[in-house]
Design a binder for this molecule. Structure first.
Ligand code: ADP
Length: 438
């Protein structure tokens, strides 16, 4: 009832207004003319009747209008639904981004034109292909991990993969994948592959240039080093103290330049994917002692205490000595660089289940919490390092991370600013290629 009144409020008010106006008009007419001549009751009845007709018409018009607007809304909504569905279909079909709908196993249920083009197939023949068999990652296990993630219902986003085309051609793409359940209750996935072949080629060209340039720079740097050393050895007494100092400085600069060029070369080789692990017998104790020896000057200058712990049962393992040396050198050099005078560094290795864990811990300047996420990024240096230790490139941890990846390991760290930092590198021992040797 209430809602009827609220719906028909407007015509009721209008009708009341009309009634009052007409009634006023009747009163005026009866005053103007002679009372006795007019039947007031009949006039009132006539006025009330006219008002009722007005109310009924108004109410009818209003409800018609509201019915019509409801219908209009419904038809507009359905029009919109149809057009947005069509819009999505058109977007899916014609998008320049390759889209594929796959089942739980990875078989293609449908693919758009761009996806077929990327795979080098006709659109019709893409259906049924197991897309996972067409994808490759640098690390074989990485693709398995991505597939497992998808099957567990986790989203995969922007992972760099190689896409096998018909023939032996390959493209590079960024893979994103997420699973959902369709209307029939089947678990399916939407997979996108953004083609980045051109960008990858441009990046590779840059890396190749850096690799070539670094390689070429090594020879003249070695020449400069030899010449400066010969100058010192040739006739040491003919040089005065100032000249000695200048040659020492020259040698330090040459050494830094050589290290920088070596780092550039390593970065470009990792980026080009040309760094293959070469497994050999590695004497870890000797390797650690060598690395410690290389930094002895700085350690003495800063009066740093070094504490080592070596698990003798792991002293000889099968691994890549160059990569292991890169890892230990980067961690230990950083520890000596970022530890204050009279600080302490603990370093060593131990067995943890089927892994070897290399640990380097210091009580130095630490890494500010806001920089933790970026610490392995190429050329990144934490704000406190930039302020306190100007000598650094931000390449060491990037190289370390790449070296650890090639050895199928992982690196973690904990750090608190002004308290210290601990890095842990875990490398698998159970791998058939990486067994403990006596
Ligand atoms: P850098 O040449 O600057 O040492 P790295 O790539 O080796 O470059 O390290 C990146 C950054 O990580 C450093 O600039 C520094 O901010 C931080 N860092 C690495 N190791 C340590 C450490 N042991 N203590 C404090 N900060 C560290």
């Amino acid at each position: 009832m209430n809602s009827w009144f609220s719906q028909n409020k407007k015509p009721l008010i209008q009708s009341l207004g009309v009634f009052l106006l007409m009634f006023g008009a009747v009163i005026l007419i009866t005053i103007y003319y002679d009372f006795s001549q007019i039947d007031v009751g009949a006039l009132l009845f006539l006025t009330a009747f006219l008002c009722c007709v007005f109310v009924a018409k108004n109410t009818f018009d209003m409800s018609q209008a509201s019915d019509m607007s409801e219908e209009l809304k419904k038809s507009v909504a359905s029009d919109l639904a149809i057009s947005s569905e069509e819009l999505y279909v058109q977007l899916y079909k014609n998008s320049p981004v390759p889209y594929l709908i796959i089942d739980f196993e990875g078989h293609v249920k449908s693919a758009n034109i761009a996806a077929a083009r990327l795979l080098g197939e006709k659109q019709i023949s893409v259906t049924g292909i197991n897309i996972f068999s067409r994808l490759k990652c640098d690390e074989l296990e990485h693709l398995d991990l991505l597939v497992e993630k998808y099957r567990k219902g986790l989203a995969v986003s922007d992972e760099m993969v190689r896409v096998g085309k018909v023939g032996s051609l390959e493209s590079w793409a960024l893979l994103s994948l997420y699973g959902f359940t369709d209307a029939a209750g089947e678990k399916i996935g939407l997979l996108t592959l953004v083609d980045i072949t051109k960008q990858k080629k441009a990046e590779d060209a840059k890396s190749e240039f850096v690799s070539l340039a670094s390689h070429q720079l090594r020879t003249p740097i070695a020449g400069m080093k030899w010449s400066a050393e010969l100058l010192l050895m040739d006739n040491p007494n003919s040089l005065n103290a100032r000249q000695h100092k200048y040659i020492d400085r020259l040698l330090i600069s040459i050494q830094r330049m050589a290290m920088l060029v070596d780092d550039f070369l390593r970065v470009s080789r990792f980026e080009l994917g040309t760094f293959q692990a070469e497994y050999k017998k590695v004497n870890l104790v000797e390797l650690f002692e060598d690395v410690i020896d290389e930094q002895s000057t700085r350690v003495k200058q800063k009066k740093i205490t070094i504490k080592t712990f070596f698990d003798e049962s792991l002293s000889k393992i099968e691994s890549d000595p160059n990569l292991i040396r890169m890892i230990v050198t980067n961690l230990y050099t950083n520890a000596t660089k970022y530890t204050r005078e009279e600080g302490t560094i603990h370093l060593g290795f131990a067995r943890k289940e089927d892994n070897i864990v290399i640990t380097v811990a210091d009580n130095g300047i630490g890494i500010p919490i806001e920089d933790h996420d970026d610490i392995f990024a190429k050329l990144f240096r934490a704000s406190n390092a930039v302020r306190n230790v100007p000598d650094g490139t931000g390449l060491g941890l990037y190289i370390l991370k790449e070296a650890v990846t090639v050895l199928r390991g992982r690196v973690t760290f904990t750090s608190t600013e002004n308290i210290g930092t601990t890095f842990e590198v875990t490398l698998p021992l159970e791998d058939p290629d990486l067994k403990t040797k006596d």
